[in-house]
Design a protein around this ligand. Structure first.
Ligand code: GDP
Ligand code: IMO
Ligand code: MG
Length: 427
């Protein structure tokens, strides 16, 4: 396979970072294509434990080009800090490349993300407050500032002056804040530019040249399908598309080039932030999963909401993304359960539905319809061969495959690189 898209199939935090780290060994390039530093991708490998927010998870392989694609919004301060932190742990970052078309997170985006959340009060979305929504809003509204704009200081000043006036009107007149100072922003962003310019280039041309030569590319998704602004639990979603279609948009790879779309599914469900989650468990089982799996956000540290696997979401995700492979993670978290449940449909009032509703009020009324399977009560984290998994674990996996209409090709049974059962090679 030459182009593989790794897509979060649920509400994010499925273990994309771990899987990309596993696959990147054989890849010539790893490309982040959406989101920004709202993402938190954990990688545990022989070099240590890392939480990556904006740097692609292939960074540990010096011969793999790591590209921050045009579809990502970049907070330059966070990126520079992340690069420094990697370097301090002995990780070379010379293989990083930044698209000259990627948009920048600006100081007003951070302010507005927080202010808008405050204004929503009890209806707050629970964003990561990293300025992601406001940055993508500006991109679409054609008032964004891109990495190519900071390469030349005079161009940057002129673009900033066009935009800052309106932003300051919003900050002053609507939010009663002081205006942001033009010169301070110029100084700050010029210093970032000095650090980042060596990495900024036409990555789309670079990727397409690589593909022409037969190179292998891994597209690293951020977030998950149910956070997609069109198809997810709107308005409790993020602001760029985490779907396979978004991988083309955010990298400049055309859809005909993608050979494998791998959906990463956690063996249960988690969600951070607001919005309905039909299988959420507000009980001791939910708390047990959170503690056993240490389900706390890699970006904000917030406790993740935990619940059983939602196959309505899984099937919908397969349909939206066209998964050719499934990757099941965190199976080991369920090792001690007496029984495991799978949500096969929703009950909305008196109606049984098997699709994910558009209307958030409808989703909030949906009660899960469960199927219960026996647990396996055995440790799986040392297993490396599918046939050696306990019979009940295999039954659980096979039933999930039927329900989500996609076969699993990798089963992850621990956070480390080597804790993976490869059923079928996808790279
Ligand atoms: P991402 O955002 O999709 O990359 O996922 P996160 O890194 O936010 O969250 C996934 C968490 O699960 C991380 O703490 C990983 O180290 C951990 N993890 C990944 N795969 C497995 C697995 O198979 N078993 C266990 N126990 N932990 C895993
Ligand atoms: P990774 O890549 C889980 C959630 C936030 C919030 C909503 C909107 O690690 O899987 P935003 O800051 O994007 O405007 O917040 O989206 N969210 C994530 N949840 N994993 C993520 O990324 C997320 N990125 C954003 O919690 O509910
Ligand atoms: Mg995460």
């Amino acid at each position: 396979m030459s182009v593989i898209a790794i897509i979060g199939a649920q509400w994010g935090d499925e273990g994309k970072g771990k899987i990309v780290d596993v696959l990147a060994e054989k890849a010539d390039a790893v490309i982040r294509f959406s989101g920004g530093d709202n993402a938190g991708h954990t990688v545990i490998n022989p070099r240590g434990e890392f939480k990556l927010h904006i740097v692609p998870s292939g960074i540990f392989y010096p011969r793999t080009a790591c590209i921050i694609g045009n579809g990502v919004v970049i907070n330059p301060k966070v990126l520079i800090e992340e690069l420094e932190s990697l370097k301090s742990k002995g990780i070379e970052v010379g293989n990083l490349h930044i698209s000259d078309r990627a948009h920048l997170v600006m100081p007003w985006h951070l302010l507005l993300d927080g202010l808008e959340e405050e204004k929503r009060g009890r209806g707050a979305l629970g964003t990561t407050r990293k300025g992601i929504g406001p940055a993508f809003t500006d991109k679409t509204a054609r008032r964004g500032i891109r990495t190519c704009d900071i390469v030349n200081l005079e161009n940057f000043k002129s673009r900033l002056s066009e935009i800052l006036e309106t932003k300051n009107e919003i900050l002053v007149k609507i939010h009663n804040l002081k205006p942001l100072d033009f010169n301070s922003i110029v100084e700050e962003y010029d210093a970032y530019a000095a650090r980042l310019i060596p990495y900024i280039k036409d990555t789309t041309a670079m990727i397409n040249d690589l593909l022409k030569k037969g190179g292998k590319v891994v597209l690293e998704g951020a977030q998950g399908a149910m956070l997609d602004p069109d198809f997810g639990s709107y308005p409790f979603v993020t602001s760029s598309s985490p779907l396979a279609a978004g991988a083309c948009m955010g990298s400049g790879i055309n859809p005909r080039r993608i050979d494998c779309v791998a959906g990463i599914f956690k063996a249960y469900t988690t969600r951070v932030g607001g919005g309905p989650m039909p299988t959420e468990l507000n009980d001791t089982t939910g708390e047990y999963i959170r503690q056993r799996a240490h389900e706390y956000g890699a970006t904000t540290g917030r406790a993740r909401r935990c619940g059983w696997f939602d196959a309505v979401v899984g099937r919908y995700s397969t349909q939206l993304n066209g998964f050719t492979s499934g990757i099941l993670t965190r199976l080991d978290v369920l090792d001690e359960m007496d029984t495991v449940k799978i949500c096969t449909a929703y009950k909305e009032d008196d109606k049984i539905i098997d699709r994910f509703p558009a209307d958030i009020n409808s989703l909030a009324r949906c009660q899960p319809v469960y199927e219960e399977l026996p647990g396996w009560k055995a440790t799986t984290s040392n297993v490396r061969d599918f046939k050696k998994l306990p019979a009940n674990a295999r039954k659980y996996i096979r039933r999930l495959e039927e329900l989500i209409e996609c076969s699993f090709h990798i089963i992850s049974i621990g956070p480390r690189r080597d804790q993976s059962i490869i059923i079928k090679r996808i790279i």
